[in-house]
Design a protein around this ligand. Structure first.
Ligand code: AMP
Length: 219
């Protein structure tokens, strides 16, 4: 069983890499952001609260995230291994995850840290546009613009902007990342579990670099 934890600042491309790696190594993709977005589409009081926290750029409470995660990890498609995308985001989540893996008798896995400077992630977030077919574009980065404004090159549908992809929310999310997630990076580094990757490169090169680590048997 191969488990991989992907850590990166907002919009460093970890969602993209997670999908590519899941296809390549037949792993389940567990994005806590996606699990929470699924909750946030409902209309009850709890779901609206989750949506509000996400839109503010703050972290949703550890109890909620851990419950969603522990249910997800028990699903059948996770038996061959999984990639954690967007989790753990703070030290408490890191420790709780280690406890959960011990309880479920599964390997904690290894940690890939995709490093991207703040100014680059900011452009990526503020310009990010996605299509319901899964394609992603960016109207602030020349080579990633759609051919026709706001229209998917692949299926012709209109593109959507995530409601939390604005500058104000970005700054809050980045501050949360520095305050809460940097300690997680140091924590895994001190345990010798961290592999640092330069995230300012093409998605193919980043995938190759991560694959080299996996194929060398370090994971
Ligand atoms: P993401 O899709 O990973 O960028 O996450 C979007 C939002 O979901 C974040 O800004 C947080 O509000 C929330 N979120 C995602 N993962 C976590 C987590 N592990 N802990 C707390 N909140 C999270």
């Amino acid at each position: 069983m191969k488990n991989i934890i992907l850590i990166a600042p907002p919009a460093a491309g970890k969602g993209t890499q997670a999908k590519l790696l899941c296809d390549k190594y037949k792993l389940a993709h567990i994005s806590t952001g996606d699990l929470l977005r699924a909750v946030a589409t409902k209309e009850d009081e709890f779901s609206l609260k989750v949506k509000e926290i996400m839109q503010s750029g703050k972290l949703v409470s550890d109890d909620i995230v851990l419950e969603l995660l522990s249910n997800r990890i028990k699903e059948d498609d996770c038996k061959q291994g999984f990639i954690l995308d967007g989790f753990p985001r703070n030290l408490n989540q890191a420790n709780s995850y280690i406890e959960l893996s011990n309880k479920l008798n599964i390997p904690v896995g290894n940690v890939i840290y995709i490093d991207v400077p703040m100014e680059i992630t900011k452009k990526r977030i503020i310009g990010r546009l996605s299509c319901k077919c899964g394609a992603v574009y960016n109207d602030q980065i020349e080579e990633n613009k759609p051919k026709v404004e706001n229209t998917c090159d692949l299926c012709g549908a209109s593109l959507n902007k995530r409601s939390d992809d604005n500058e104000e929310t970005f700054i809050k999310r980045y501050d949360e990342y520095v305050k809460e997630t940097y300690p997680v990076i140091e924590f895994f580094e001190s345990k010798g579990m961290l592999h640092k990757i330069n995230g300012v490169d093409s998605k193919e090169n980043i995938l190759n670099e991560i694959s080299n680590i996996i194929d060398r048997g370090n994971i």
